[in-house]
Design a protein. Structure first.
Length: 349
């Protein structure tokens, strides 16, 4: 009877028509990370209120899986769920924090081999060790928890590790930093799949910011700066209100009564990014919002986001997202949002 129930559940998973997400858990798993995946994807809804994702939890062997806490979870699905998924998420397990050889055991390797080519694969925290051991991160940019970076670099020198960011995306493979950055990663995937409107609503219902500034560099313990109460927050808030203007580093530093050199250093300490990187990131987000939520011509979107020209907007959007403004708008607003010939000409410049 249990087998019949499991088969029916898998059939529903495959035939639901929703984006299929499989979460592969292992003994010693961190319960919070499993909850993050189910909560974020589970809250994503269409305009009609229909769930956009189907999420299942699976293990190398169905049954009881130990957690790092004082309880276990009963996992109904085995690795067959990986073969049917469009996205596979690998959370961390307690054993990841004491890596030795950086190799997968045979059952786990066999389970991962079931993932179809081209499937989006993501890790949370030290789940990146699993993806790296499977060879999925070779030559790719990736991240993991900052406390595990030395072990990661030693075990996987072929991976381009970036320990300062909250998450990375390199092709169809994504990784995130420690634990809560799994929220950032999952929201990013929802945003990529269905637009910022859906992702923002998920963030609102989950009571988290839709996009966190900076990277995990801001969470690494460092010596307290000379002026520990100095901050660049006021400059960032002012910049967000004036993104449409050309903003200079000297102007931003003046908002905090700092020299450019001191401001730049403190800005990176607090946000994990340089002022220019942060400004570009915020302008891209503003442009995405305007392309999704308004009918403004592309050149107006470029001006309001602070890129000045449609050509500049196109260049930055292509670098950040891999698509043109017209393609992005068409994807998230449908065929009715296809730009006019004049707009296309302006963007193609």
């Amino acid at each position: 009877m249990a087998r019949v129930c499991k088969d029916r559940a898998m059939t529903a998973f495959v035939e639901s028509g929703r984006h299929r997400v499989a979460v592969l858990v292992r003994h010693g798993m961190l319960p919070m990370e499993l909850g993050i995946v189910h909560r974020v994807f589970g809250q994503a809804r269409s305009a009609a209120g229909e769930p956009l994702y189907e999420v299942v939890t699976c293990a190398v062997e169905p049954g009881v899986v130990r957690t790092e806490a004082d309880f276990t979870i009963n996992v109904a699905h085995g690795p067959e769920a990986l073969a049917e998924a469009q996205t596979v998420v690998v959370p961390a397990a307690h054993e990841d924090y004491t890596p030795e050889e950086g190799r997968l055991d045979a059952p786990l390797a066999a389970a991962l081999a079931r993932i179809r080519p081209g499937t989006r694969v993501a890790s949370i925290c030290t789940g990146a060790f699993v993806l790296a051991a499977a060879g999925l991160l070779d030559g790719r940019r990736a991240t993991t928890h900052w406390r595990s970076t030395e072990d990661f670099r030693r075990l996987f020198p072929a991976v381009c590790l970036d320990p300062e960011v909250l998450y990375t995306e390199d092709g169809h493979v994504l990784t995130s930093a420690g634990v809560a950055s799994g929220v950032d990663l999952c929201l990013h995937m929802v945003r990529s799949d269905f637009g910022s409107g859906v992702a923002n609503e998920v963030a609102r219902s989950t009571v988290v910011p839709p996009h966190r500034e900076g990277g995990q560099a801001q969470y690494i313990q460092r010596p307290v700066p000379d002026r520990q109460f100095a901050t660049t927050g006021a400059a960032r808030a002012w910049a967000l209100e004036n993104l449409h203007r050309p903003l200079t580093l000297r102007e931003l530093a003046a908002r905090e009564s700092m020299s450019v050199r001191t401001f730049t250093r403190r800005f990176r300490e607090e946000s994990g990014l340089s002022p220019l990187q942060w400004l570009t990131q915020q302008r891209v987000e503003r442009a995405r919002h305007l392309l999704e939520e308004t009918d403004l011509p592309v050149d107006r979107v470029a001006a309001d986001a602070g890129f000045g020209t449609a050509a500049s907007l196109r260049q930055h959007l292509q670098a950040a997202l891999g698509v043109s403004p017209s393609q992005y708008r068409s994807t998230f607003r449908g065929p009715q949002a296809v730009p006019s010939r004049a707009e296309e000409a302006a963007v193609a410049v």
